[in-house]
Design a protein around this ligand. Structure first.
Ligand SMILES: Cc1ncc(C[n+]2csc(CCOP(=O)(O)OP(=O)(O)O)c2C)c(N)n1
Ligand SMILES: [Mg+2]
Length: 514
């Protein structure tokens, strides 16, 4: 047994059983050891942004970390945008970053770099396992650290010689931390403040938006309180039979208008909301002037217990409102738009589906009709770094092979990590990808106006328009082994999406929106 075997043994003992990988020479011992540890499922991704986005999707659904396998600093660096998103989703991930043999580092070979410098900002924990004998204990530490709470990516650097050196050290069990409920005094103080406030809002995020938390949150709504979620949530239950809180608006001025007159904001599993971007003359913090704030549960605490305790303390009804299950009766007709596509999606989305959403300006059109669709989960873009939709789908599909995965992506967003389609095909993930092809970075045209930068002239337009040359999405998907169709009308889309939901395996739909 060598260090790589010891690493895999500790991973599987701690239920880390999926490895999203893009290996190189320094990782060959790890790759070879996979043949000796069949409990670990290796998934090849053809770009590290897919590796890390897939690990995020896996962690959000499995509630446990996957490991990644990344090739030194450059491999890690390629994956950083989606690790940033994972950090902001609080998703547990254990990165294994291969490195040169310890004695080779001093020679500054071409792939040598400051791995710690690169990885530290997005790692809750980072250490190098320089000796084979240290690997099991450090791997267990890494797994434990990834759970937080709240969780996030951690990084274990694995020098090649530690991986190839023999060891007799057996697997080490990780101590997985438990989320604690907030103390009774906090609950009492929040209940009292809510009773005294004229126009309070309870803002929930993170764990408080999961299916098991929305029940107790709905009790607060039944008690007459306004409950809202963060704008972008790592995993939220949605659809018929599920409580639908309000949502913080994306644009700051709209958010503040919506909160006008609010005199108390209570945070559960989240923190003070801020605008996504600054704009000239507009506020950053999305709390109305004079409004006080209180935290019922931090992100590290148990939001389900906190919401339940608060509902009890307020004497709220035992049950709260839920969404009706109401599918659009009529199939959409006419031009294909995000709205008409959304109607078709709401009609045919199966129960238990997982939507991986990176659809930017097309997202709202789908979200509205899906509020009363069959119950499903939505994984949103938590860190603003686009290019996560299809990678999330790869990971969610590995975590939940019996659930239908639907990836929704803008065309610009999909191009960042377009290689994810290949992994969908390779792993035969039951996933339908919808790319909204408007041949534009449409949102940035809107943002140019909002930032006061003026209208796009010919040079500026060159940075916002994707139409020349036009991306041939059907060829792009087929080239990577995913069957694909292009839909130009709502009728086409309805038929294609219904067909995709009725079959298993990967499928690609280009939604040619006007
Ligand atoms: C990693 C990263 N790079 C760049 C951006 C800036 N950005 C935000 S939205 C966007 C374009 C999105 O285009 P698309 O996916 O086609 O959606 P649309 O706006 O057309 O709906 C870009 C480039 C970003 N958010 N993240
Ligand atoms: Mg676009």
């Amino acid at each position: 047994m060598n260090g790589a075997d010891a690493l895999l043994q500790t991973f599987v003992v701690n239920d880390v059983t999926a490895c999203f990988a893009n290996p190189g020479t320094s990782e060959m011992q790890f790759v070879a050891a996979l043949d000796r540890e069949p409990r670990m499922r290796p998934v090849l991704c053809l770009f590290e942004g897919v590796v890390t986005g897939a690990a995020d999707g896996y962690g959000r659904i499995a509630d446990k970390p996957a490991c990644t396998l990344l090739h030194l600093g450059p491999g890690y660096g390629n994956g950083v945008a989606n690790l940033h998103n994972a950090r902001r989703a609080f998703t547990p991930i254990v990165n294994v970053i291969g490195d040169h043999a310890t004695y080779h580092r001093q020679h500054d070979a071409p792939l040598n770099s400051d791995i710690f410098g690169l990885a530290r900002p997005n790692s809750l924990w980072i250490k190098s396992a320089d000796r084979a004998d240290d690997i099991p204990a450090l791997a267990a530490e890494a797994v434990a650290a990834s759970y937080g709470a709240p969780g996030g990516p951690v990084s274990l650097v694995l020098p090649a010689d530690a991986a190839w050196t023999d060891t007799t050290r057996g697997p080490v069990t990780a101590a997985v931390p438990k989320r604690l409920a907030p103390d009774g005094r906090t609950v009492e103080a929040v209940a009292k403040a809510l009773r005294e406030a004229k126009k309070p809002v309870v803002l929930i995020g993170g764990q408080a938006c999961r299916a098991e938390a929305l029940g107790p949150a709905s009790r607060l709504a039944a008690h007459g309180l306004r409950v809202m979620t963060d704008t972008f949530v790592s995993r939220q239950a949605r659809g018929g039979g599920v409580y639908a809180p309000g949502r913080m608006q994306y644009f700051g001025e709209a958010a503040l208008a919506d909160l006008e007159g609010v005199d108390l904001m209570v945070f559960v599993g989240t923190v003070t909301p801020v605008a996504f971007f600054a704009y000239p003359g507009r506020p950053s913090v999305l709390v109305p002037e004079g409004c006080s704030t209180l935290t019922l549960a931090t992100r590290a605490e148990d939001s389900v217990a906190a919401l339940t305790a608060l509902a009890d303390a307020l004497g709220a009804p035992k049950e709260g409102p839920v969404q009706p299950l109401k599918l659009p009766d009529a199939a959409p007709a006419g031009p294909l738009t995000p709205q008409s596509a959304g109607v078709a999606i709401a009609r045919h989305l199966p129960e238990g589906a997982i939507i991986c959403d990176d659809s930017v300006t097309s997202g709202g059109g789908v979200a509205v009709p899906c509020m009363t669709a069959r119950p499903h989960d939505v994984l949103a873009l938590t860190g603003g770094a686009i290019g996560i939709g299809v990678p999330l789908a790869v990971g969610a599909g590995v975590a939940a092979p019996d659930r239908k995965i639907v990836a929704l992506s803008g065309d610009g967003s999909a191009m960042y990590t377009v290689q994810a389609l290949w992994s969908l095909a390779r792993e035969n993930i039951d996933c339908t990808v919808v790319v909204f092809a408007n041949h534009s970075y449409r949102i940035l045209n809107i943002e140019m106006q909002r930032t006061g930068s003026g209208n796009a002239g010919p040079s500026a337009s060159k940075l916002l328009d994707l139409g020349d040359p036009r991306i041939d999405w059907v060829s792009m998907a087929k080239a990577q082994g995913v069957p694909a169709v292009r839909c130009e009308t709502a009728e086409d889309f309805e038929k294609a999406f219904a067909g995709a939901m009725a079959q298993k395996g990967p499928m690609f739909i280009e939604a040619a929106i006007a």
